[in-house]
Each structure stands twice: as structure tokens, then as C-alpha cells.
Design a protein around this ligand. Structure first.
Ligand SMILES: [Zn+2]
Length: 110
């Protein structure tokens, strides 16, 4: 499963940063267009953290809305897919500024 390996690597990042301390809270930033399903991440998180210093940690996922800049008119626009046309001028070729995030934003250690 896609989410399983993603979650596994995020858990490893957390463990590396926790340097042996217990983790009580994890905040993840997940872009709307990152392609991962938050529900699956949550499920995988439980499985991946079992028996580690992250076991029982509270998982918070912040969804980052996708934002792109138009190559034609230069304006920024919220988008729902990678292929949306510009809502201002109708042009294609929008460059994604935000929305593909997939990272550990915060860790709370005991
Ligand atoms: Zn445009």
C-alpha cells in the first residue's frame, strides 16, 4: 500500500527527531494534491507506531489546500486537480505552489 510506505518513512523521521524520547503528538501536513488518503494514513500510523516511542501518540493531519500560479496571466488560483485551467484567463500551464506537501510539521515530546 502506498500510504503504508509513506507513513513508515514519516514515523522514521519522527523517531529520528525524538532521539529516544516519547512522542505524544504528531502533526502532519498533507497537501490536497499529494495523492494520499488521510484515513489510510491514520490507519497506517497506528500499525506503524506499535511498539515504538510513537505508540499512542495523537495524530493530527493538516490538509493544505492546493494553490497554483498561472503561467499566462501570472495570477494565483486555488485548484482541485493538477490539470485545472486558470479561473482568471482560462489558460493552462498552471504551476503548483502549494498542495503537494507531505511532511512532519510538529512533534510534541514528553
Ligand atoms: Zn491565468
Amino acid at each position: 500500500m502506498h500510504e503504508m510506505s509513506i507513513t513508515q518513512s514519516m514515523v522514521e523521521i519522527c523517531l529520528a527527531n525524538a532521539s529516544g524520547r516519547r512522542v505524544t503528538d504528531v502533526v502532519l501536513e498533507i497537501g490536497e494534491l499529494s495523492g494520499v488518503v488521510p484515513d489510510s494514513i491514520e490507519f497506517c500510523f497506528e500499525a506503524c507506531t506499535k511498539g515504538t516511542l510513537l505508540e499512542g501518540a495523537k495524530l493530527t493531519m493538516e490538509i493544505v489546500p492546493a494553490l497554483a500560479r498561472c503561467g499566462s496571466c501570472g495570477r494565483e488560483a486555488p485548484v482541485k486537480t493538477h490539470f485545472d485551467p486558470c479561473p482568471h484567463c482560462g489558460g493552462f500551464g498552471l504551476a503548483l505552489l502549494k498542495g503537494e506537501e507531505l511532511r512532519v510539521k510538529e512533534l510534541e515530546l514528553l
